[in-house]
Design a protein around this ligand. Sequence first.
Ligand SMILES: Nc1ncnc2c1ncn2[C@@H]1O[C@H](COP(=O)(O)OP(=O)(O)O)[C@@H](O)[C@H]1O
Ligand SMILES: O=C(O)C1=C[C@@H](OP(=O)(O)O)[C@@H](O)[C@H](O)C1
Ligand SMILES: [Mg+2]
Length: 176
Amino acid sequence: MSPAVVLVGVMGAGKSTVGQLLAERLGKPLRDTDDDIVATAGKPISDIFVDEGEDHFRALERAAVAKALDEHDGVLALGGGAILAPETRELLKGHRVVYLEVGLADAVGRVGLGVGRPLLAINPRATLKHLIDQRRPLYAEVATITVATDGRTPEDLAEEILKQLKTADLSPREAT
Ligand SMILES: Nc1ncnc2c1ncn2[C@@H]1O[C@H](COP(=O)(O)OP(=O)(O)O)[C@@H](O)[C@H]1O
Ligand SMILES: O=C(O)C1=C[C@@H](OP(=O)(O)O)[C@@H](O)[C@H](O)C1
Ligand SMILES: [Mg+2]
């Protein structure tokens, strides 16, 4: 089995929100790897970061993404940092991956104080700026479709992604 589409992008890009709409439009389930990690660990992401640290969270995340890519056939939303792992970027080859691109101002407006997102606990704006700059090339590397989200509603974005998924030339990234 293989997801119909995988969503990547930085925190606040709208992966979980647009993913839900896409799933409804496609009549398929949404899976969000952050939810899988919370279920596996039995506690919220913020608690995992505090109790076991980010490295442990990333290990859980690598496993959650690999499992979901293998067994989910609906829409798959990843956490913003999932693409940091080279293994995960490798696994994404051959999948339809949509990069939801967001600029700093819109991302800050969307995540607010960063509640529930431990990386944004201190100075969310500066952290988001750093993460957007650092990760942009990695999102671009795994993406087969890139969609700019600034100033656009989740409904509008879901429609555009559906349209793009229907066009013939957007085959999954070739596995090497
Ligand atoms: N295109 C958008 N325009 C305005 N607000 C949005 C948009 N996409 C998501 N949001 C809001 O931004 C917040 C973060 O969205 P979320 O889907 O959780 O992002 P992600 O999963 O990429 O971190 C939510 O409150 C959501 O309602
Ligand atoms: O960017 C990141 O490193 C993270 C993004 C979060 O998911 P969202 O991108 O869905 O907010 C979540 O996985 C965790 O807080 C770490
Ligand atoms: Mg999310």
